[in-house]
Design a protein around this ligand. Structure first.
Ligand code: T4K
Length: 373
């Protein structure tokens, strides 16, 4: 629970009970195995696969290295179609692999990549599509797969926000050729820093595991230039413990989201997303859109007003990645090519949401939004 004058951030990591963690640390201290596929790494990988209902998963030091390695694993080159409405890491992972990002607009309902516009952007150089289930909202899965199949493209989902999300009881990370999770401190499920690649078969997992360990396929055999992207034993042990609590974290986030929705209902100019049928959400973020002419104040005015009250919402994802200096010269980055993304980026504020967010704090945030004139 927040103390009265403490700043209220967009998120606050959920930590497992410290006294439970010390037992895990003692085992690590005894074994002196700190990293390189140790016992906790192996246990955590299996436990995660079971929890997520997937067969093959490879742990990573963070989500960005997982994205970069996923592109290497599938030998992606040329152009990749992606969304500008995401965190920098999505497009940066392409750039680090010398792949040309092609930005395509998003859908107004879910803020995810628009499949029809993605299809229209395919060229002979396109090798893959990299959509993002932004805020944990599922992309149009069937249509994207159909397009990938027709054009012979790989489909790599940036699923950084989707831990625990299910569509018709199927884990969202099981779609596409590869799917990437982030376990950063700010995520629904955290291992402090961390990430994973979910892949469909043993052979691909083996390749991913080589790539994240310098390319080593044995003591003296290096099959190709890999990187060091391994998760260490302390993070893996912490992750194993976190798994015991994550359902509770998600349930508490749902209560926060439900409370916000009830209280925001009917405020002119403030829009929010509802749950989607047949989707089990994780409530990773709570984005609202501020329509300045209906609300009477702009998004930035409300954002500053919240700050004056010690409430630090975030404008995820403003500015669009396509507006970063490295990318804004690309022809696909032109604002006229991305009207929906430009509009959402100009109107969005993510309100604080985390398991320990108290009702009194939600009321304080709501007072600020309701009584701002
Ligand atoms: N793809 C997508 C779609 C992503 O959103 C991300 C990461 C990635 C890929 C890459 O995954 P990783 O390589 O990160 O695993 C944060 C996170 O650093 C980043 O992981 C996340 N997305 C992004 C959306 O948000 P910042 O710069 O906004 O974080 P920061 O440090 O300002 O934290 C936000 C608030 O959270 C702070 O004001 C206070 C609170 N906080 C934060 C940390 C780190 C805490 O209370 N404790 C903490 O330890 O990027």
């Amino acid at each position: 629970m927040e103390k009265n004058n403490n700043p209220i951030f967009v998120t606050q990591p959920a930590l497992p009970p410290l006294e439970e963690f010390t037992g895990y640390l003692e085992q690590i201290w005894d074994s002196k195995i700190l990293t390189n596929n140790g016992p906790f790494h192996q246990q955590f990988e299996q436990a995660l696969a079971d929890y997520l209902g997937v067969k093959h998963i490879s742990l990573f030091a963070n989500g960005t290295l997982a994205l970069m390695t996923a592109l290497q694993a599938l030998r992606i080159t040329g152009e990749v179609i992606t969304t500008p409405f995401s965190f920098a890491a999505t497009t940066h992972s392409l750039w680090w692999n010398k792949i040309q990002p092609v930005f395509v607009d998003i859908e107004p309902e879910t803020f995810t990549l628009d499949p029809e516009k993605a299809e229209a952007a395919i060229t002979p150089q396109t090798t893959a599509i990299m959509p993002v289930h932004v805020y944990g909202n599922p992309c149009k899965l069937e249509r994207l797969q159909e397009i990938a199949d027709i054009y012979g493209l790989k489909l790599i989902y940036d699923s950084a926000h989707t831990f625990g999300v299910k569509v018709k009881d199927k884990s969202l990370v099981s779609f596409g050729d590869l799917s990437i999770l982030s376990f950063h401190a700010t995520k629904v499920f955290n291992t402090i820093e961390g990430g994973a690649i979910i892949c469909p078969d043993k052979k691909t997992k083996k390749r991913i595991d080589y790539l994240k360990n310098f390319g080593f396929a044995g003591e003296t055999t290096v099959i190709e230039p890999g990187i060091n992207a391994k998760m260490n034993e302390i993070q893996a042990a912490y992750g194993l413990l976190q798994l015991k609590y994550v359902d509770e974290y998600i349930a508490r986030r749902k209560t926060v989201a439900d409370t916000y929705r009830k209280q925001l209902e009917g405020i002119p100019g403030i829009h929010f997303l509802d749950d989607i049928q047949e989707v089990h959400h994780n409530y990773a973020y709570f984005p609202i859109l501020v329509n300045a002419s209906e609300y009477g104040k702009s998004r930035d005015e409300l954002y500053e007003e919240l700050k004056r009250n010690n409430i630090y919402g975030r404008r995820y994802f403003y500015p669009l990645i396509s507006q970063f200096p490295t990318y804004r010269g690309l022809s696909s980055a032109k604002p006229s090519n991305l009207p929906v993304a430009e509009k959402i980026a100009a109107e969005v504020i993510c309100l604080p949401i985390y398991p320990e967010l108290a009702l009194t704090t939600i009321n304080k945030i709501m007072n600020c939004i309701k009584s701002y004139d």
